[in-house]
Design a protein around this ligand. Sequence first.
Ligand SMILES: *Cc1c(COP(=O)(O)O)cnc(C)c1O
Length: 362
Amino acid sequence: MSYQGTQITISLKNLKANLYYIKSKVDNTTKIMCVVKAFGYGSEPIKISKFLEKNGIDYFAVAYVNEGIVLRNSGIKLPILVLHPQIDDFDEIIKYNLEPNIYSFRILNAFIKKSKSHPFHLKFNTGLNRLGFSIDDIDKLYDILNGQGNIKFLLSHLGASEDKKEKNYTENQISLFEKISAEMENKFGISFKKHLLNTSGILNYSKFKYDMVRTGIGLYGYGNDKKFSKHLKPVLSLKSIISQIHSIKKGESVGYNRGFVAKTNCNVAIIPIGHADGISRRLGNGKVGFLIKNKIAKTVGNICMDMLMLDVTNISCKEGDEVTIIDDKVQTAEDLGEKINTISYEILTSLSSRIKRTIVNI
Ligand SMILES: *Cc1c(COP(=O)(O)O)cnc(C)c1O
């Protein structure tokens, strides 16, 4: 199959190892929800989800309804939570048997107009101040919902579960969630199932696993903490090739806006991947290097839309040789993110869908 020379490889073996590591942090009665939003964190959503479904998980989560429809159309049978539905989504949510995360009265009212029996998850805000009801909304929720709603789970979301310095904040979120849960159960006179923890929550606060945990980044091999790096294995690697090599003379320039002007004679390799593929323009001008023949070749000049240039003056290499951009050893997505003050999540999810994905079992 033809491709641009740049390839992403997805390791199912690493995915499985990560899933097992996450599972080892909770009881075997705790349900596992796998978060496959944003194209499976930039990897590939369908084959990954099918693989996870076969490996004993319980639930999927996506951000938007379209992502859930893609999973249903590919034959996924497990329940799918839609984290961020809008009022116009409910016909499709019901048609495709998706479960909405209900986070406001506006959304709740639109939803129960469509169905009073379709299952949903009820989201409370405990300090992240993103989506969710507040503890003061419980009476009104009861008035609207009493006897006519199918709340499958209560949930909230931690805002700093990876950050040791914010332990207090996280513990406050947890105790508020407990208080909300108790008030909900008291008011409604029944007990509810709950889920709270994301990956870093599972790794750092596993005691609060409740009935289910939600893992995203951990599945893909990142734990937001070097401590967990040896247990989690990056699932995605990104490689490219050298399209062409130029000998540049002292005084000549390379790339748009003459971003680089040679102080000495040098060799520059042209690589078929650019900012349109998710390699940020901020990584240009020597900010990062990629691996060629076991040596680091730094970026030269500005990153272009579809290509970038690397300094290969001191590397014996030729056109067609391999370039490693992200892998699980030399340079992870987290390492790359650190160079430009961002996180593995952004590096991974920025990788363009035009890059060919190959799924391997090793
Ligand atoms: C994205 C998301 C997750 C997954 O978080 P990770 O840090 O990737 O494990 C869990 N819960 C909610 C509400 C999310 O939006």
